[in-house]
Design a protein around this ligand. Structure first.
Ligand SMILES: Nc1nc2c(ncn2[C@@H]2O[C@H](COP(=O)(O)OP(=O)(O)O)[C@@H](O)[C@H]2O)c(=O)[nH]1
Ligand SMILES: [Mg+2]
Length: 279
């Protein structure tokens, strides 16, 4: 099943991004470290075209560090795109991002004449606003006096040689593959209602069973983890005492709990996308 999740306002955004890109030198593609591949939108390649780009793998504080390292290497070595991982909520050195963008442009003919201009783009909830605020620090957005320059093109002068587009480029998540949809749903990057909560929970359980079985065992005090997801989630509900009238387990509530605890980091640092095999 292909899910069409492409609301009208996203078309508008695409147009807006394309317009603001005409004023951008470097596009900063922000990804969620827990799902670096599922939080990517392939359209970015088309948007970037001849622009320079860097990938920032954000929310690394929530992701499995070993997996994040592999992804950072993958983007740098396999794809040839400069990539770093950060946690924008905790980051102490946003200046290095500014430096990375400037370094990429230092051979440009205009480099000495004007500031490097960058835009942060990514799917909803990936941390764009948080990172923009980090880089801005206390700097206010500069209001341009050119009438044609609307609010969305506002740039903030961060330093003498660097400007940041004040508004993030919102990309929509793309999923032709239902697996990607589930992963986005687990982490709350798409509305829960798009996919069935029980299906999402079963997907999450299966992934956890395969990759992080011990985490579920420890968290919910389960000795023998059932391989079958419905059975496992029911057991989680039982452990939490989620009973319905009549004494059966409130399965739906257990599904919600599992997803909520994953999102809240109660099951530790998790990653749901694996790095593609080489070759
Ligand atoms: N743990 C953690 N949370 C983050 C990080 N970056 C952003 N967030 C949180 O993710 C949520 C969405 O961030 P926001 O900047 O609004 O995302 P946007 O929709 O891309 O602008 C907020 O609750 C942020 O506090 C991060 O690096 N680590
Ligand atoms: Mg935002």
């Amino acid at each position: 099943m292909i899910i069409n999740w492409y609301p009208g306002h996203m078309y508008k955004t695409r147009k807006e991004i394309t317009e603001s890109l005409s004023q951008t030198d470097v596009i900063i593609e922000l990804l969620d470290a827990r799902i670096p591949s599922s939080s990517r939108n392939p359209l970015i390649d088309e948007l970037v075209k001849d622009k320079k780009r860097i990938i920032i793998i954000n929310k690394s504080d929530l992701a499995d560090p070993a997996v994040t390292n592999k992804w950072t290497k993958f983007f740098n070595d396999q794809e040839g795109i400069t990539a770093i991982s950060i946690s924008s909520t905790e980051d102490k050195n946003p200046g290095r991002i500014v430096k990375m963008c400037r370094d990429m442009c230092k051979d440009e003919v205009w480099f000495e004449r004007r500031p490097v201009r960058a835009m942060i783009a990514g799917i909803p909830n990936v941390g764009k606003s948080t990172l923009i605020n980090k880089i801005r620090g206390k700097k206010k957005a500069e209001v341009s006096n050119k009438p044609a320059v609307t609010k969305r093109f506002q740039r903030v002068s961060i330093s003498k040689g660097f400007e940041l587009i004040d508004t993030p480029g919102v990309l929509w998540p793309k999923f032709e593959d239902q697996t990607v949809g589930y992963k986005l749903a687990i982490l709350g990057s798409i509305k829960d209602s798009i996919l069935d909560i029980q299906d999402i929970a079963r997907f999450a359980y299966n992934y956890m069973y395969e990759h992080y079985g011990d985490r579920i065992k420890t968290r919910f005090k389960i000795d023998n983890l059932p391989e079958e997801s419905q059975e496992g989630i029911t057991l989680i509900g039982k452990k939490r005492g989620f009973l319905l009238k009549g004494g059966s387990i409130d399965y739906d509530r257990a599904c919600r709990l599992l997803i909520q605890e994953i999102r809240d980091g109660k099951l530790g640092k998790l990653s749901f996308d694996e790095v593609p095999n080489e070759d």
